[in-house]
Design a protein around this ligand. Structure first.
Ligand SMILES: N[C@@H](CCC(=O)N[C@@H](CS)C(=O)NCC(=O)O)C(=O)O
Length: 223
């Protein structure tokens, strides 16, 4: 299984976490959409949106983390990350979609201002980052806080809901932010616990050399 993407990316990490939860090996081919020299020559065909991640499994290629995880679940059905029970399934897919909205409303603006803008010689627009952190993120965290009642977000096992939340919150911490344990005790405890699961431990270990080279620290993720 070949994966095109970069570990700093939330959606690449999402697929890597699903692969690790399922025990499937993969080779990561580093593709950074904003760096044209990292794009393979057939990139336009591999990724019609230009976004990462994309997988290549033999002669089959597929973009989009959500589509990829559904493909993996159908192909490796003995280790599902999407529950079969109708209500749990609906809720797991809902949280995946919810975290897609969180990415759009919080992570993307933060990443763009703090990482992409300086790479392009600009300075971060703090009005944008302040709004994302002070006005937008708390709404998402408050909702999640009220939905957490146990070790996993949905049902009794790890699902795409946990993978989607965790993949986003790892980048949130790389960007120097954290989940306040005082304000969001359930979410903070849940995320801390998630970080101790084998898929997350393996993932953080694997992405450390790359993210450190990019100047990000895992210190905020340490217990
Ligand atoms: N719905 C897509 C979203 C993918 C996405 O937004 N990827 C980001 C990285 S996490 C990207 O490629 N950004 C580059 C860009 O915006 O040019 C998925 O789930 O795979």
């Amino acid at each position: 299984m070949k994966l095109y993407g970069v570990p700093l990316s939330v959606h690449t990490r999402k697929v890597q976490l699903a692969l690790r939860a399922k025990g499937i090996d993969h080779d990561l081919n580093v593709v950074i959409p904003i760096m044209p020299d990292t794009l393979p020559e057939n990139w336009a065909r591999l990724s019609p949106t230009g976004l990462i991640p994309v997988i290549e499994d033999g002669d089959f290629t597929l973009p989009d983390s959500g589509a990829i995880i559904q493909y993996l679940d159908a192909k490796y059905s003995e280790t599902p990350v999407t529950p079969a029970d109708p209500r749990l399934r609906g809720r797991a897919i809902w949280f995946e979609a919810y975290m897609g909205a969180f990415f759009r409303d919080v992570m993307h603006p933060l990443f763009h201002q703090r990482v992409v803008a300086p790479m392009r010689g600009g300075t971060p627009d703090t009005a944008v980052t302040d709004n994302a952190l002070s006005n937008v993120a708390p709404r998402y965290f408050q909702y999640l806080e009220g939905e957490i009642s146990g070790r996993w977000l949905v049902g009794e096992t790890a699902t795409i809901a946990d993978i989607s939340v965790g993949a986003n919150l790892v980048l949130f911490h790389y960007l120097g932010e954290s989940i306040s344990a005082g304000r969001y005790p359930a979410l903070s405890g849940y995320f801390r616990q998630l970080l101790t699961t084998p898929a997350f431990v393996e993932q953080l270990e694997a992405e450390a050399p790359f993210t450190e080279r990019m100047g990000f620290s895992q210190a905020g993720l340490a217990a």
